[in-house]
Design a protein around this ligand. Structure first.
Ligand SMILES: Nc1ncnc2c1ncn2[C@@H]1O[C@H](COP(=O)(O)OP(=O)(O)OP(=O)(O)O)[C@@H](O)[C@H]1O
Ligand SMILES: Nc1nc2c(ncn2[C@@H]2O[C@H](COP(=O)(O)O)[C@@H](O)[C@H]2O)c(=O)[nH]1
Length: 206
């Protein structure tokens, strides 16, 4: 009997658009998804926890992970490394669990290159002005870093055509509900395909 693999969902979009907010709300509704905790070299923010928000590592430790081929994807973003450790994602997918990544655009495009069967969702802000306000109001970055993130945002938004779905995060509940619908419908689609495939195999074995 063929065991069905899990689906890899990738939520991406510019910094401050609300990826983390959408993901946390989605995980309160859909408890079957597994979240892949990223690794980063950036400093821990107030209120963040090791192994919950990120695995916080030194530059040397991160580079060793890269050299050993243990990252599914990684990127340098505004002066720091960010990446997805491979082992957890591969194990969960093999066990049939759906895995959710929340990552920036360079990394998402690497995953798409190496794992095109993933489902790629791009979150966009209602406007660049609103994006700026959200980053400022969050209060986690200095003025310089905010400007760097906004410069990146403009380049990142140009990549949205490469994604399977684009969701506007204007009203938070609506955005979460759209992402949830994508997750449910992709899941149903894969189950239907798997059933059809199984029926074909059974027919061939008669
Ligand atoms: N729909 C929304 N309307 C208004 N504010 C929002 C909305 N979604 C998120 N926010 C707020 O915008 C700020 C940035 O959100 P969040 O930290 O989730 O973004 P992010 O995309 O995960 O950022 P980063 O990529 O930098 O981690 C937060 O203060 C959050 O409360
Ligand atoms: N390519 C990857 N990008 C990631 C990963 N984890 C988070 N991120 C993205 O980095 C920026 C900055 O994050 P912040 O926590 O410093 O605000 C943001 O867009 C994150 O989504 C990852 O594993 N790989």
């Amino acid at each position: 009997m063929i065991k069905q693999k899990g689906i890899l969902f990738v939520l991406s979009g510019p910094s401050g658009v609300g990826k983390g907010t959408v993901r946390k709300s989605l995980f309160e509704k859909d408890t079957n998804l597994k979240y892949s905790i990223s690794m980063t070299t950036r400093a821990m923010r107030q209120g963040e926890e090791e192994g919950v928000d990120y695995f916080f590592r030194s530059k040397d430790e991160f580079e060793t992970m890269i050299e050993e081929g243990r990252m599914l994807e990684y990127a340098q973003y505004v002066g720091n490394y960010y990446g997805t450790p491979k082992q957890y994602v591969e194990e969960m997918i093999e066990l049939g669990h759906d895995v959710f990544l929340e990552i920036e655009v360079q990394g998402a495009l690497q995953v798409k290159e190496n794992y095109p069967q993933g489902v790629f969702i791009f979150l966009i802000p209602p406007s660049l002005e609103e994006l700026k306000n959200r980053i400022i109001d969050r209060g986690t970055e200095t003025e310089d870093l905010i400007l760097n993130r906004l410069t990146e945002a403009k380049n990142e938004i140009e990549m949205m055509d490469k994604y399977d779905y684009v969701v506007v995060n204007d009203n938070i509940e609506e955005a979460v509900s759209r992402v949830q619908s994508i997750v449910v419908s992709e899941h149903c689609k894969r189950e239907r395909v798997a059933k059809e495939y199984k029926a074909i195999l059974e027919g061939e074995n008669k």
